[in-house]
Ligand binder design. Structure first.
Ligand code: URA
Length: 194
């Protein structure tokens, strides 16, 4: 996945990470505890993109380590993988205060970091968790409830599979959990076929 030039801005994945960790380019820098860059296998075939760090992630410096993270971890394990097998990142790398939605200026400012992560890691399957990541990567206004579980062509032969955000699954309970499990079966099948 090297057709976009984002990664060319950075000499290595480590340099990208170092630059992100000291970023003060948007207002979220003033209220964060730390930048939550991403975690996992830098050569993963499967990458997850969430929305932005919450309180637990801001405290611990790792994405998806709170309640939603535990659900994501169990869904990953449900398809026979571990967190160490995949890469997990977010649209914005700093916590929006009070867990509010990330603002357009914050998403736009942070976007080069996500684009460069996607370039360096070059996953075959990108799973967007919820509306923010889905709308950003697919450049669509269509909502997650319509797009979830549908394999979308992305770039350089890679695909995006939008799924419900784990926080939404926690809020909405049984039926949403069944949908999430079904969508993870699609992820597994797509990985097996690619
Ligand atoms: N929700 C997200 O979108 N990302 C996290 O890292 C944690 C919760």
């Amino acid at each position: 996945m090297s057709s976009t030039p984002a990664a060319q801005e950075f000499s290595s994945f480590g340099a990208l990470r170092e630059q992100a960790l000291t970023c003060t380019a948007c207002p979220l820098a003033a209220t964060r505890t730390q930048v939550v860059f991403g975690v996992g296998d830098e050569h993963a075939s499967l990458m997850f993109v969430g929305e932005g760090p919450g309180a637990d992630e801001d405290r611990l410096g790792e994405p998806f380590v709170g309640r939603a993270g535990k659900l994501l971890t169990s869904l990953i394990e449900g398809i026979g993988m571990t967190r160490a097998d995949v890469y997990i990142a977010n649209v914005v790398k700093c916590r929006p205060p009070g867990n509010r939605d990330p603002q357009p200026v914050e998403i736009d400012t942070c976007r080069p970091f996500l684009e460069a992560q996607l370039d360096f890691i070059a996953p075959r399957v990108v799973v967007t968790l919820g509306n923010f990541a889905t709308k950003l990567l697919l450049d669509t206004k269509t909502g997650i409830t319509k797009l979830r579980g549908e394999v979308q062509l992305y770039r350089d032969g890679a695909v995006v599979i939008p799924v419900l955000h784990p926080s939404a699954v926690l809020r909405n309970g049984g039926a949403a959990l069944a949908q999430a499990r079904a969508d993870f079966v699609v992820i597994r099948r797509t990985l097996n076929a690619s």
